[in-house]
Design a protein. Sequence first.
Length: 439
Amino acid sequence: MSGAGRAARLVADAFPARGGEMTVGGVAVSELASAHGTPLYVYDAALLRGRLALLRAHLPPRIDVYFSIKANPNPSIARLFVEGGAGLEIASGAEYLRARAAGAPPERILFAGPGKSPEELSLVVRRGIGEIHVESEQEIDHLARLAGWLGRRIDVAVRVNPSAAASGGAMRMGGQPAPFGFDEERLDEVIALVRGRRGLRFSGIHMFAGTQILDAEVLVGQWRHAFEVGVRAAAISGEPLSTLDLGGGLGIPYFANESELDLAAMRRGADALLDELGSHEALATARVVVEPGRFLAGPGGVYLARARAVKRSRDKAFVVLDGGMHHHLAASGNLGQVIKRDYPVVNASRAGEEATMEATLVGPLCTPLDTLARQAMLAEVSEGDLVAILQSGAYGLTASPVGFLSQPMAAEVLAEGGRHAGIRARGTFEQPLTGLPPQ
């Protein structure tokens, strides 16, 4: 499917036109822009809830869902998933505070990440945490000291950097030297290290081999490897596992010719895996966790920016927007992409019109990196039109260099059923000093 075709399909399915313009959560984009200013992110609450329900319907009941809050740490977004019964996976002390602000109970929060500070570990242990996934000897040391000072036991899972055989996805996070977790080859040593520290309880395994996976066979293959490592870990420790965290990695299609993850195939593979290995005595009582981020949040979000100018340079059309890479680094291709490809983009002010204009979309920053699309096919764009970048609910605002060139922060808005409310105010220009104070 072409990029324009995918964008048109997404709009038709999720953001239907009304009066010739796109709507989000039943609200016309012109109303959203008038009320909150541009640029802005708009999230459809019903779509976000629907993503969680869709995933749950395609996972065996035994597999629990934790939203990876790094994908979108706005507490209002996380709260939707918490209210739907999901736990939260965090990667910093600040994300812990956001998770609590979103209503997540401490026992429904998991803490992963390769560089947890002693202060962050102290914060979550003192205030309560479901489980900490250690990724270095130093973290084990810090937690052991903390357990001694507080006189309590701390549940610790070991994050495993898997072998190359289990790696996959658009961004491989296993099978090579990495700062994430402990190499699988050291499993015996690390489990012994945790079990040898008073106050720590070895509780489980966390595996994460890749991200943005659109192939169900690859995903289930990684889960199989995690189950096999879990069986080995239980044999090493001499006790059944309490937790088996399969990681995240569930992808969504951004680019032309990408296909949706086959959820039915994923469910068949997961059922077969649980039948084969899930009843093993080492795993029979373990909670099994997946921790998706973009799969849950991505499709429900739209980045809206207004066209400030439409111009040509050497026979190439450029649409200059009031938003850019400082709000949406991922769409610019500068968040890990090697080959720059376009997100699905539409002229939201002219929804339903034929895409006849090929243009490069750029932002207001004075750098050639500030390019949000390179060969976008859009309905003809005029100054003042609103352009929408779809699939933008994950790794958007907080994954971007929002302070670059002192541009304003984008607003964030939640919409549903024709209603809308700001969940982050639009920032203002920093006020500079005007000179020396009077004598």
